[in-house]
Design a protein around this ligand. Structure first.
Ligand SMILES: Cc1cc2nc3c(=O)[nH]c(=O)nc-3n(C[C@H](O)[C@H](O)[C@H](O)COP(=O)(O)O)c2cc1C
Length: 177
């Protein structure tokens, strides 16, 4: 069984992130245990560690708990809405708290928004690659096409591409042994 965490990275009231993440989790093939990890429920303060986590892992209880959460998954799927041409500040904060835990981690990315989250995925790709995540981009979900405005997936939601992303992540996990 491959354990894959599906990250919800929006935290505002009225967000559609949990609905999008549920659809993603529902596409998990046999052999994948997909669990939703909602940043609204992860108690991380704004980054306040004395050193860069690359130089020295943060030691605050909140940082250690977050590190253990990320370490507990074989792979992740980050679902990212597009906020002003990028991903959310909450996600950046969660990324910046760790370093070693991200390096080599198989990470799939799913964007969503009016332009299918394309700009958010592009910015996140740059950050993920710089850190050294083993990134695979999945589909972008366009509001009004793949998702209703309340986040409900439509019949056009790309289930096949989502399955392909899970397969690619499992292959990466298996290749890492
Ligand atoms: C602060 C903010 C900025 C946004 N900027 C963009 C944007 O640049 N491009 C876009 O396509 N949609 C943008 N949107 C629309 C969101 O992508 C859309 O509302 C999506 O549902 C947000 O995800 P959430 O409901 O999980 O928070 C923005 C929404 C918010 C709240």
């Amino acid at each position: 069984m491959t354990r894959i965490g599906i990250l919800v990275t929006s935290t505002r009231s009225g967000r559609i992130g949990p609905t999008v993440a549920r659809w993603v989790a529902d596409q998990a093939p046999e052999g994948v245990q997909a669990e939703i990890v909602d940043l609204a429920e992860v108690e991380l303060p704004l980054f306040d560690e004395p050193q860069s986590p690359k130089a020295s892992p943060g030691q605050s209880p909140a940082t250690r708990a977050w590190a253990e959460t990320i370490e507990s998954y074989d792979a992740l799927v980050i679902t990212t809405p597009e906020y002003n041409g990028s991903y959310t500040a909450v996600l950046k904060n969660a990324i910046d708290h760790l370093y070693a835990e991200w390096v080599g981690k198989p990470v799939g990315v799913i964007g969503y928004g009016w332009n299918a989250g394309a700009d958010a995925m592009e910015v996140l790709a740059r950050v993920a690659d710089r850190i050294g995540m083993a990134r695979t981009d999945g589909p972008g979900l366009r509001l009004g096409e793949h998702l209703e405005v309340d986040g409900t997936p439509t019949d056009a939601a790309p289930a096949d591409e989502m399955s392909a992303l899970f397969t690619a992540l499992v292959e990466r996990v298996d290749a890492q042994g």
